[in-house]
Design a protein around this ligand. Structure first.
Ligand code: PLP
Length: 537
């Protein structure tokens, strides 16, 4: 039925081929009438059937939240076993929604990682809200594409949510903003704008020139999405100047000044500084006011990656830690972190909204001809503020969560997370067998297990060997935690030390959970130490 290459070459237009295929199809099916062929089939089902999907889905979600405290945090199965469980041929025929939902429960829900479990403190993954989950359902039912002018209410909701986020941070009310999938894209969008605004030529048209000499500054503790963005933007990661951090893992302002001066002497073109408000490793907040001063002095774009720490501004007590953020040219935020919005929800704010549309507007007839616009709406077209054209209705879950809980409760929960982190650090400091790595910043606690007897027993041995063993032991503890499944913390490396890293971005975690987590880690650590020490020391 598909035309051969020769036939294809003979045919002057794709249009002819298409009609030939359709004609042959009809002939094969012995149908002469096109109208008879069209059955007016849809995917719709009766309202009662939809209701049943809703009730059953609600039961699944309610059970998930109800049992989240008691189930094992991690699934027992490996990825390979999960793929095996799901493995089946491409479905050919219909089945009832009930069958699909039952299978979803058995195979997918029951094998999910319980990110919202009160003892899950791995990475900076927040615990979500029930209303956020249902908001996603409503957003999907409405199926809005929040881009092209014309979706009105969804656009208005996003505009309001962006206004609220600016107010939370104390940022310029006239700033532009857009919701995106997460912090990585928020940083990419911000740095794209920074690059285009600060390039000394029309970089959007002419592209990166070999001799454009652009250099960007970020601390050694910056999130890996920054080098990724610099790579994507064609600036090249060799043109990131890595600024030293001080004892508290904050960017060293003198080193920043020094490196900018050095680059200027060499004829380079410094164009931006990335500060972090809440580093991923340790929760440190860079000295934002001082960095803003340096950027002002050298006419550099001041970008703040506040993906993790930005919403600390919801707590009146913590907000002063972010002093200086209002001077940023752009800010990347993650409502799916400390605003507890279910994935995905990131946000970009840019002080001068014109820079956003200048960077991202690409006029096309099929979008921008007036005739394609739905009247009634002459509002913001979000496709001109970022990368995506088709965009989901992310604002709804943020709007609903903020309305349900209000900023006061949000502030209390965020403060509770920071207090739990300090409490955890206190318990660790009081323990003879754990070492804390640094005073807590925001809600990250880095620590490691150091067996009580290790320094005394092996005093005569080289320190290096003990350090190697401690790295190995703490790695083994993380693996044991994964297998044990009662609690979860992640890990990182600080000054060549492998350390455990608890990130408390979880509204369900209580004081008791913190005590239990330390107890579980100690129990597993003792077993691991007994099992492996002889092989190393
Ligand atoms: C400081 C910081 N920036 C950026 C990101 C990346 O955000 P996302 O994972 O939403 O892309 C993270 C993620 O943890 C982060 O902590």
């Amino acid at each position: 039925m598909i035309p051969s290459h020769a036939e294809y070459k003979k045919d002057i237009s794709y249009y002819n081929i298409f009609h030939e295929i359709m004609r042959k199809t009809m002939k094969n099916e012995k149908t002469s009438n096109l109208r008879d062929m069209i059955l007016d089939e849809t995917f719709d089902i009766e309202p009662d059937e939809i209701r049943k999907i809703g009730y059953h889905t609600t039961d699944l979600i309610v059970d998930y939240f109800k049992n989240i405290h008691t189930r094992p945090i991690l699934p027992e199965k490996t990825l390979e076993q999960m793929r095996e469980l799901l493995n089946e041929p491409l479905p050919q025929i219909e089945q009832t929604p009930r069958v699909v939902l039952d299978e979803c429960k058995k195979k997918i829900i029951e094998n999910a990682v319980l990110v919202g479990h009160p003892r899950f403190l791995g990475w900076i993954l927040a615990s979500g809200t029930a209303i956020g989950a249902f908001a996603d359902g409503i957003a999907s039912a409405l199926n809005q594409n929040v881009a092209i002018s014309g979706v009105g209410m969804a656009t208005a909701t996003e505009m309001l949510v962006i206004d609220w986020i600016k107010e939370i941070l104390g940022y310029d009310s006239k700033a532009g903003g857009i919701l995106v999938s997460g912090g990585s894209i928020a940083n990419l969008i911000s740095l794209t704008i920074a690059r285009n605004v600060k390039a000394q030529y029309d970089i959007a048209t002419h592209g990166i020139k070999q001799d454009n000499n652009m250099v960007i500054y970020a601390s050694e503790e910056v999130h890996m999405c920054i080098p990724k963005a610099v790579n994507i933007l064609g600036i090249g990661t060799n043109n990131i100047r890595w600024i030293k951090v001080n004892d508290n893992y904050r960017l060293d302002i003198l080193d920043l000044e020094f490196k900018i001066a050095e680059d200027k002497k060499k004829g380079k073109h410094p164009f931006a500084v990335v500060a972090t408000a809440g580093t991923v490793n340790t929760g440190a907040i860079d000295p934002l006011e001082s960095i803003a001063d340096v950027c002002q002095k050298h006419n550099l774009w001041f970008h703040v990656d506040a993906a993790y720490g930005g919403f600390a501004a919801l707590s009146p007590k913590l907000k002063p830690l972010l002093n200086g953020i209002s001077r940023a040219d752009s800010i990347a935020l993650d409502p799916h972190k400390w605003l507890f919005i279910p994935f995905e929800a990131g946000c970009v704010l840019v002080k001068n909204p014109f820079f956003m549309t200048q960077t991202f507007t690409t006029k096309t007839d099929y979008i921008h001809a007036d005739s394609t616009k739905i009247p009634l709406s002459d509002d913001v077209d979000y496709s001109e503020y970022g990368i995506q054209l088709s965009r989901g209705f992310r604002a709804l879950k943020i709007w609903m969560s903020l309305k349900q809980y209000g900023v006061e409760k949000y502030g209390r929960i965020i403060e509770q997370n920071t207090n739990l982190a300090r409490y955890m650090a206190e318990l660790i400091e009081e323990s003879p067998d754990f070492n804390i790595m640094f005073p807590v910043n925001l809600s990250i606690v880095c620590f490691r297990y150091v067996p009580k007897d290790i320094n005394k027993k092996y005093k005569s041995r080289q320190k290096k060997k003990i350090e190697e063993y401690l790295n190995h032991l703490n790695k083994a503890i993380v693996q044991a935690l994964r297998a044990d499944r009662r609690a979860y913390v992640s890990s990182t490396i600080l000054e060549d030390k492998f350390v455990l890293r608890a990130c408390i971005v979880n509204h369900r975690t209580t004081k008791k959970d913190i005590v239990d987590i330390i107890g579980i880690i100690r129990e597993l650590a003792i077993t691991e130490d007994d099992a492996i020490r002889n092989k190393f020391l």
